[in-house]
Design a protein around this ligand. Sequence first.
Ligand code: NAD
Length: 262
Amino acid sequence: PKQRFAGKTAIITGAGSGIGRATAIKMAREGANIALFDLVNERTADVERKLNQIRKGCALAVDVDTSSPERMEAAVKKTVEHFGGLDIVFANAGINGSIGPIEELSIEDWQRTLNVNLTGTFLSLKYTIPHMKSKGKGSIIITSSINGNRRFASFGFSPYSTTKAGQVAFAKMAALELAKFKIRVNVVSPGAISTNIDQSTEPTEELESIVIPIEFPEGQQPLADGPGKPEDVANLVSFLASDESSHITGAHIVIDGAESLL
Ligand code: NAD
């Protein structure tokens, strides 16, 4: 493979599974050192082992909840001390969280999804920006979703969709703010991708007893027979992380096999 990331260091949040995992593998193959941020340790340790087989010493698993300011600050510090700098941040960790009718959702349900998906994204930038500023360059990619921007057919996902829409606004503000420091910020919105994301769904009891009014099959993608693969998103994210996209910032790119056009 080409070595677009030789000598570069990336932080990938949610690197223990799905889109984050596939992106970690792709970037490691292309020369990057990678800090794998996740709160599920066993899966992340597996990814760390796999990366170290690709290139010894290129991976560092960091046990961190991206919604915790103290732990994120410490995790970023540990990464920079370990690898000696930071070039790329993939703010990707996310949960479906609680789904259900709005009046059935508790304030805790609502806040948990906002904490992980929105505050986690904020903290992923807050603590890493100074390190990229000191390098005079950087690339940040945020994972949003078509569910929040293009397509709202997933009944009960009001907290999730709200966070995914918020991430797009946040990415655009960050892109404008950071342009003068040559730090690029882009946001990707996948359609359905085969990952473990469904394990992060917490349906309310109410939801199970009601008919879900989805009018068309979710995840149907005209370009493919089924959902996309994590590697599809990894290819796009790697492009946005690399110098090949050096004139692209503030862009919101949909990657869904035309799912959102249905
Ligand atoms: P996944 O569940 O396979 O992977 C997500 C990883 O994030 C998991 O390893 C999980 O442990 C980790 N994580 C969750 N909360 C965390 C926290 N607070 N701190 C640290 N790590 C945490 O799911 P995925 O599909 O790869 O999800 C990645 C991103 O893609 C999410 O932001 C998700 O919203 C988005 N997305 C997924 C799809 C899809 O269909 N899979 C579609 C659109 C957008």
